[in-house]
Design a protein around this ligand. Sequence first.
Ligand SMILES: C[S@@+](CC[C@H](N)C(=O)[O-])C[C@H]1O[C@@H](n2cnc3c(N)ncnc32)[C@H](O)[C@@H]1O
Length: 260
Amino acid sequence: MSAIRIVKDNLKRIPGLLHVYKRIQKLQHCKVLCQPFTYTHNGLYTVHNSSFMDDHTFQQAFREAKAATNWSHPAPWRCYVNVWAATHSKNLKGDLVECGVYKGFTSHLLCRMLDIDNTDKQFHLVDSYEGLDYDNLTDSERQSGLNTKNVNYHDLLPGVQKAFAKFKQARVVKGYVPQILPEVKAETVSYLHIDMNYMHPEIAAAEYFWERMVPGAVMVLDDYGFRKHIEQKLAFDEFATRRDTLVLPLPTGQGLIFKY
Ligand SMILES: C[S@@+](CC[C@H](N)C(=O)[O-])C[C@H]1O[C@@H](n2cnc3c(N)ncnc32)[C@H](O)[C@@H]1O
């Protein structure tokens, strides 16, 4: 369905907005708006090529991750960015690390896509498995409602252990970031996914792993572009500036930093 069609269909139902509907009709000569969307998920709408959505291996791994973790990610393009970064990491030395695992959907998808057990890499799944550390929230994060998030995040460990029992290269690490980080047995890192939703532990994880990331390794920041996570964005911009680089903002809402 095209953008103009969605707007029109909704406007014409509201009598007071009929004049807006008629004006939009005049816009129909605008080619971009009349093209069908190829992707409409989680705040991202595009008419560009989204052929990864039809990739059979990706579809199959996506279904498997959903079945294994009893959860499905709302944004396949975000997941595909992780697939790309993890695939890129195969050609580098070092392990994969995710800080903020939840039920393990994204990491399960990657373990399948990479066939992790047939690589020399370990996949470290770091999470409290009990939610956020409220003491580590900033005032504005607290005000934005993050201090009520843990209702969704309790008792996650048994499910994750079960979902990853079949991968001999997966390492489930339970504890709060940053305190738990010395327990992560990854001397070198080729892929780092940071997805804990608040600034202090995310920056601490980035600082901790930066020295361990090999040149060419990618750090994927899940929350970078989301408006309610503006503090993280600003902190990661500063993190990158201090290293004389930039965060690449993606239209999915993620950010990427390359280790050089
Ligand atoms: C948005 S979810 C992660 C989703 C996951 N990356 C995925 O793609 O499916 C955030 C996770 O971060 C975890 N978390 C929050 N604060 C943490 C901390 N300080 N240390 C470890 N884990 C934390 C929560 O328990 C929750 O499981």
